[in-house]
Design a protein around this ligand. Structure first.
Ligand SMILES: NC(=O)C1=CN([C@@H]2O[C@H](COP(=O)(O)OP(=O)(O)OC[C@H]3O[C@@H](n4cnc5c(N)ncnc54)[C@H](O)[C@@H]3O)[C@@H](O)[C@H]2O)C=CC1
Ligand SMILES: O=C(O)C(=O)Cc1ccc(O)cc1
Length: 310
């Protein structure tokens, strides 16, 4: 599809792209660049690309497609470095979990004639680094683009076709809408997981061994999310601050209402909420959406039987 693709950043997402690009034969030449020499060496050992360099400028030079897959807080510095060497007609994209901040950081460094199309594949795991990637990561997952007002439709279609060949389904939206939506469905769940695991860890006397002992239960699902990359999630929190704070405020209000229902023994209120949320999960399964959790969809999701609180 592209004569030369440059991947800047070769962690979970970059290395998954490298693997699917190879499997699907999407590039004549795949140039890999990453900041750390050790990570680059590992990428070379894994034979993820055709050329390897710690200099992003060298990788991006003459590339037809450049994909930036670094923590969102580093995207501005990468764009500043490679901006001047990007060739006319090249597509520059990213995979960052936040979009308004990435656009603000990268757009000023993109010259006329280069197609900058911000993107975000809604696919990942709690793992990081070049060993963590796999070619099927994007299969049947969404890849959302947040095009700028002057994005050329032909360039957007070319990038969409690339992601379709990687297995993804495409959607486009406004960056602010993306950031608000992702704040509730992705960023908050991670923040809640970091918080609950941190709280449990603080209760040292009771937990240290118990966390492990009882981790086969629901708590284990939180520990998976809470094991996600600290640099990546620090950057997500700092770069989607407003939307996350808005969603946290709503969440806290609803939590206070739940707390009140428990305090006052309002069983009907608890039952109604839990019934509504169970239906949400059922509708996701019925829509045929795959979910990361290993046991997702395997449990029987039956109709709740209304019982009065005892
Ligand atoms: N991990 C996930 O589940 C998902 C992550 N994303 C986004 O993808 C991007 C990359 O995430 P992962 O691949 O998971 O991270 P990762 O930690 O596995 O890999 C990050 C890569 O960026 C490089 N890097 C780190 N700091 C850098 C800097 N200052 N300058 C240049 N390169 C630097 C690292 O050497 C590494 O190659 C992030 O923006 C993240 O928000 C998007 C979807 C899912
Ligand atoms: O590991 C999980 O459950 C995830 O939710 C992965 C993920 C993390 C960040 C994203 O921007 C998109 C997907």
């Amino acid at each position: 599809m592209f004569e030369k693709i440059a991947l800047i950043g070769i962690g979970l997402i970059g290395s998954s792209l490298a693997r699917v690009i190879r499997c699907e034969n999407l590039a004549g030449h795949l140039a890999i660049s990453t900041r750390s020499a050790d990570t680059l060496k590992r990428a070379e050992q894994l034979k993820l690309g055709d050329s390897y360099t710690t200099d992003p400028v060298e990788a991006a030079r003459n590339a037809d497609l450049v994909i930036v897959s670094v923590p969102v807080g580093a995207s501005g510095a990468v764009a500043e470095a490679i901006g001047p060497v990007l060739k006319k007609g090249a597509i520059l994209t990213d995979v960052g979990s936040t979009k308004a901040s990435v656009i603000a950081q990268m757009a000023p460094h993109v010259s006329q004639g280069v197609h900058f199309i911000p993107g975000h594949p809604l696919a990942g795991t709690e793992k990081s680094g070049p060993d963590a990637g796999f070619p099927d990561l994007f299969k049947n997952r969404w890849c959302i683009f947040t095009p700028l007002p002057d994005t050329e439709p032909a360039a957007l279609e070319r990038l969409s076709e690339f992601w379709r060949r990687c297995g993804a389904n495409i959607d486009t939206m406004d960056p602010a809408h993306h950031d608000m939506t992702l704040a509730i469905v992705s960023h908050l769940p991670h923040i809640i997981a970091y918080n609950i695991v941190g709280t449990a860890d603080d209760l040292e006397a009771v937990t240290k061994s118990e966390v492990i002992k009882y981790s086969a239960s629901g708590f284990r699902d939180f520990t998976r999310l809470a094991a996600s990359d600290p640099t990546m999630w620090r950057d997500v929190c700092l770069h989607n601050k407003d939307a996350i704070l808005e969603m946290l405020a709503r969440f806290s209000e609803d939590l206070a209402s739940l707390q009140r229902a428990i305090r006052w023994g309002d069983g009907d209120k608890l039952f109604d909420l839990f019934t509504r949320t169970r239906a949400v999960r059922r509708s996701i399964i019925e829509a045929g959406q795959d979910i990361d959790a290993p046991d997702f969809g395997r449990q029987a999701v039956g109709s709740p039987e209304k019982k009065t609180a005892e």
